[in-house]
Design a protein around this ligand. Structure first.
Ligand code: HAM
Length: 480
């Protein structure tokens, strides 16, 4: 006889009398409990997943080749630096220093910071390694993560990545223009058409004359300004011009423009940068109110935005400018310099937007009966196998192919052919190699063209040659 206690009968569900909204509250509590079970991703941080692998590989490849072709050498500085390096160079009163730095004390009580940008660190490295004795300019590039405790939103993260180029040791409009061209070409090679917004904020002397005028103007409008901008009138008045607050915008619009306070020398320098851009046919727009959000800039400042009107008003893809005082400010000799940085997460967002736009256009064209020209997919080969013996043989063939430079995908485990072909389709595979029991015995193998469904039976010994032929045929079409 069973000693198991009898299961209690299920209570009959009573009609709920709970107040409206309590079910969603319970659900939320349950979800919160579940979420607490696992360590969660910090706010504003992002995992880079295999689905975006192609974007990241491409950005790294294009960045490296473009930097190399313009004569920039690779530099990598630590992610953690003395906090004072950034406070002194980026400036008190800037958003980055006042609100966004990841600051902490190390075990010896030293105040350190996760780098919020690369320029100050590169300037420190230039001094530390005596690079001023090298032939000038010293041109360096880098790519890596940065940290800003920003309010997370689309295109704004707390950890993000930049492609950064700096030209140190020369004061020449040609150097400014070259940097703009490198930034522009980097984005163009990735498939993004941009427009450069450009301005000059002059030398420190020009600026101090301008600031007298600006402060007087801002004081006269004090009552209409946001609280943050009010505080900045005395702390860092130029930063009022970066304010994103709605109520500040009409006051910024009518503010005196720095370009009117430039000395003849600064104005001529700026005109030459513009002439270079004209010469190189770089699309640009003069932006008299562009001052950039960091304090170290002098003379030329610029930002790059997608050419597309729809998103032009949103975040810049990148920006930079000249910073002639920075190296001296942190203890080096007076050294002119300029550079730029482009945000890689913003590129991925923009490329995704362009992909979606192209898809929507193709769908609209299909509705109107216009057949868009088919773009051939790059060949991707998948190896399907059926049965234990065939799986073992497949693995050894795949390994041999890999060693000889032919990459094929496959699925580990005992999957049905249907299942494997579905996987191949999902992964946009163009050709599938199939090895079953019959092929195993007669030494043959099937190659299936996934688009047409046509199958070809070939000798296993000739598999590598056949696959190479498929890959080369595509390369020939691609370069036509
Ligand atoms: P920045 O304008 O602060 O300049 O940053 C450059 C780019 O980094 C931005 O245009 C944006 O694409 C990206 N970025 C900045 N903050 C974030 C964020 N929170 N989330 C995602 N992307 C972001 C600099 O960093 C200067 N160091 C550039 C420079 C180099 N100037 C001279 N040399």
């Amino acid at each position: 006889m069973s000693t198991k206690p009898k299961k209690a009968a299920k209570p009959v569900a009573k009609k709920s009398v709970a107040p409206k909204g309590s079910a969603t509250k319970t659900k939320k509590k349950e979800a919160d409990k579940k979420a607490q079970k696992y360590p969660s991703l910090l706010r504003g941080m992002k995992d880079i997943l295999p689905k975006d692998e192609q974007f990241w590989r491409n950005m790294s490849h294009v960045g490296e080749s473009i930097a190399e072709s313009y004569g920039f050498g690779y530099i990598e500085t630590p992610i953690v630096e003395e906090a004072a390096l950034f406070v002194r160079t980026l400036g008190k009163g800037t958003d980055v220093v006042d609100k966004e730095m990841y600051l902490f004390e190390d075990r010896e009580g030293k105040k350190v910071s996760l780098r919020p940008e690369m320029t100050a660190s590169i300037a420190r490295a230039y001094i530390a390694h005596g690079m001023h004795v090298m032939p000038q300019p010293v041109k360096v590039w880098s790519m890596g993560p940065l940290f800003r405790y920003d309010r997370p939103q689309a295109g704004r993260y707390r950890q993000f990545h930049q492609f950064d180029c700096e030209t140190i040791g020369v004061h020449d409009p040609g150097a400014d223009a070259e940097l703009i061209v490198v930034a522009y070409n980097f984005l163009r090679d990735l498939g993004i058409d941009t427009i450069v917004h450009i301005n000059s904020i002059g030398t420190l002397d020009d600026r101090s004359r301008y600031l007298v005028e600006l402060v007087a103007y801002l004081r006269s409008k004090r009552a209409q300004l946001s609280e943050e901008s009010k505080a900045r009138i005395t702390k860092n008045p130029l930063r009022v011009l970066d304010s994103k607050e709605e109520q500040d915008q009409p006051i910024i619009e009518a503010a005196p423009q720095i370009i009117d306070w430039l000395s003849d020398e600064s104005r001529n320098y700026f005109m030459k940068v513009i002439e270079y851009l004209d010469e190189m046919e770089i699309p640009y727009m003069l932006q008299p109110r562009l001052v950039r959000g960091l304090d170290y800039y002098t003379d030329t400042v610029f930002e790059l935005y997608p050419m597309d009107d729809e998103v032009r008003s949103q975040n810049a893809l990148g920006g930079g400018g000249r910073y002639n005082g920075l190296i001296e400010q942190i203890g080096g000799q007076p050294t002119p310099a300029a550079g730029f940085a482009i945000g890689l997460e913003r590129i991925v967002l923009e490329l995704r937007r362009l992909e979606e736009k192209a898809l929507a256009e193709a769908q609209a064209a299909a509705v109107e009966g216009v057949i868009p020209e088919a773009v051939p997919l790059p060949p991707k080969i998948f190896f399907a196998h059926l049965g234990d013996q065939a799986s073992r043989r497949a693995l050894s063939l795949i390994e041999k192919l890999r060693r000889e430079g032919v990459v094929v995908l496959h699925r580990i485990g005992n999957n049905s052919l249907k299942n494997q072909l579905e996987f191949a389709n999902k992964n946009q595979v163009t050709h599938t190699v199939i090895l079953g029991q019959k092929e195993l015995q007669d030494g043959s193998i099937i190659i299936r063209d996934m688009a047409s469904g046509i199958q070809e039976i070939v000798d296993q010994k000739k598999l590598k040659r056949e696959l190479e032929r498929i890959l080369q045929r595509f390369a020939a079409v691609d370069t036509k």
